[in-house]
Design a protein around this ligand. Sequence first.
Ligand SMILES: [Zn+2]
Length: 218
Amino acid sequence: MKLIKIPFIIAFALAASAIGASYLFSLRSEAQPTEYLWYDSLQGLHELCRAKYRQSHLYTEYARHAEQDSLHQQAALLRALAYADNVQCANCRKAIESLGGRFHSPVVQHYTMVNTRTHLHHALQAKSDLHEGITEECLHRAIEENNRYIARLITWCDASDIAQIVILRREIATLDQQQAEQAPYTVCPTCGAISNELLHTSYCPHCMTEREKFLTFE
Ligand SMILES: [Zn+2]
């Protein structure tokens, strides 16, 4: 009788070990990207987040260079751009992680500095490329997947980028002129909206953050 039971005990032990091993393995291995519910939206958001990450670092370098050349107003603008992109990168990253994805920071290259005029032109080109390229694609994907959370974040990014394009164009056009006294640059810490208008609302028009919480760059 005992001899008959032994193969059953061995088979049972082997099966239990296999189940245990597969359970432990499943805990260690990450979910495949294609298993994410919002796969397309997350892919787009990830791409946008990486672009914001790179731009934020680049504008910080540009700002440092402008400050060394005593171009204080341009340095303030570049610091404001860097901060706005950093806020948006953090928002995108939080959204990616809360929806089951994982953000991988890109390697930040060493940038060769030229001069502030060229840097402002590069910043304008990068913003225009982002607005017409990745951002629009990402927004369409999020709307197609009915992911209003991601769509709202991308709309915030785009609104800030459009304001940045307008400010950069104006800055480049008046670079050689005597600068009139102008309002400082302000950036909303929640959505990254940027402005230097003399007239403004008491709350951010995109996310309703109180104006007192805005960061000022001057
Ligand atoms: Zn805001």
